[in-house]
Write a protein that binds this ligand. Sequence first.
Ligand code: SAM
Length: 205
Amino acid sequence: MSGKTYIVEHLDPELEQWSAYEYKAIANESAAAGSSFYLTSVPTSLQLPPTLQDVRALQVKHEGVEELYAETKHRVCLLDPAAKKELSPEDAKDFDVFLFGGILGDDPPRDRTSELRKKGFEGRRLGPVQMTTDTAVRTTRIVIQDGIPLEKIAYVDHPEIKVDEHESTTMPFRYVLDKEGQPIFPPGMIDLIKKDSERGIDDLL
Ligand code: SAM
């Protein structure tokens, strides 16, 4: 298993707490797999949320991916839900860098990955279902660094999270399952989902 570079290009105006938990999980998992994680195109004016301030494995770059890899663009693979080809373990020899859109998922998806596609990076798909950004990086790492094909990975689509005794909320994404058969969420994320759904209900009252 040789190390790779995973890049999330920041595309939202803000950096929400959801993204902070996702990026912290990506940084720590990448470091554990001997890989690097860059968060690129971060405006100098953007203050990182406290969740990300002490994450040593996170490398924050103000430059964009185009500028950083101007000479070696052909070694960068964009993970793109609209790509014609699926990612496969063989791609490990052709690409050193795997690029993801730093955008929160939306339902239905608005194809904001197109902002990176337009820059001309070679694209690969991770199957037909939208993933969260940390799930997309986790899946890419399993395919590229562990050599496991996409169709051999255990996933769940649109899991339900119980927010209290009476209510549950459906997450409109695909998640990788852990050894116990549970969807993998970044640490802190389930509590945030519960808090956000309480707020949603309070807003209606
Ligand atoms: N709704 C977003 C859009 O409109 O493009 C997708 C956002 S997704 C939460 C964040 C990133 O994860 C995408 O930009 C892409 O890099 C990656 N991603 C998520 N699902 C994917 C899939 N099925 N195939 C390839 N990449 C995927």
